[in-house]
Design a protein around this ligand. Sequence first.
Ligand code: HEC
Ligand code: CU
Length: 326
Amino acid sequence: MKREILARILLLALCLVVVLIPLALRDRSLTLRARMPEDDGWSPQVIQAAAGQPLRLRLTSEDVTHGFAVGQMEMASVDVLPGVVSEVTLLFDEPGIYTFFCTRWCGLNHWRMRGTIEVSGGDAPALADAPLYVALGLDIDAPHPVPGVPSQIPSAARGGQLAEIVSLAEFSTPEYYRAHSPYQVYQDLVSTNLNAAERWDVVSYLWRSQTTAEGLAEGARLYAQNCAACHGETGGGDGVFADQLAASGQSSSQTMHGSMSARTPADFTDAQNMLGASPALLQGKLMRGGMGTGMPMWGVIFTEEQSWNIIAFLYSFQFQYQGVTR
Ligand code: HEC
Ligand SMILES: [Cu+2]
């Protein structure tokens, strides 16, 4: 008799285990559907997860091919194909708010295709430092044209030769670089008694010295992936979406405080604009976005280091870096 009861209990326990284990496992996997941003983008748009616990996602698209990646995290992007389910497992070490985003150019509003993963856990998330432009009190929305531009493209290699004969110590710190526009540095260099063309070459050299070949390569890669569609492959502000962006601005410019021209992607080959912008200003714009212009906000996607690499790359549309390695 006793044995029979024991057997029944065991059987019941076994059944429970057989039923509950798959249920428990299934609970942790979540289906994330992708659609064009016009048709609501991701669903769900907010995902809950816990630090230290794997989050299994089943990704699928209901229209075109999209891509999936999480900002500020080392991960390869995952293709999200129509009618196919791709699985990805994420593990968050730290609690906090993460942004996931589409990595395939699926249309003009592609960059709006973002969602949030709220990762709970023991400690409160560390607050990210405010971007440098805030500490410097910069108005990043003010126009910043320079009164004069170099007569030839400044060369870092020529600047490097001059660096051997003049003292540049005070101009060579990362703090000084980030807080000054190339034009301000060009003016500060008057103290070296170099002529105008030479001073521009030195500026080019100083800018190149604040990055590395690897930093520029990462900047170029992130630019091609995320910026070229609007700002153009070669920085001219003429990417494939530039016209559409202007057209969409026409209908909404009456209601937005931004003017039509503010909807045109910035032209990084325009010396008058670029040489008047400090790295902190450009990084601020990148991290915060245009707020009402077509310029997206990237602070949730790039790490600080990535943002400085992109900014260093943007200046390469102004300066001649050939012949400089490191
Ligand atoms: C959807 C189109 C679009 C994409 C994608 C885009 N931008 Fe922009 N960007 C704009 C527009 C429009 C402006 C001009 C309006 C403004 O400054 O807010 C702008 C302005 C900027 C400025 C300000 C320049 C200045 O002199 O003030 C910077 C810097 C910039 N973009 C960097 C980037 C970088 C880096 C990326 C890629 C990570 C990027 N943008 C992606 C549309 C875009
Ligand atoms: Cu997409």
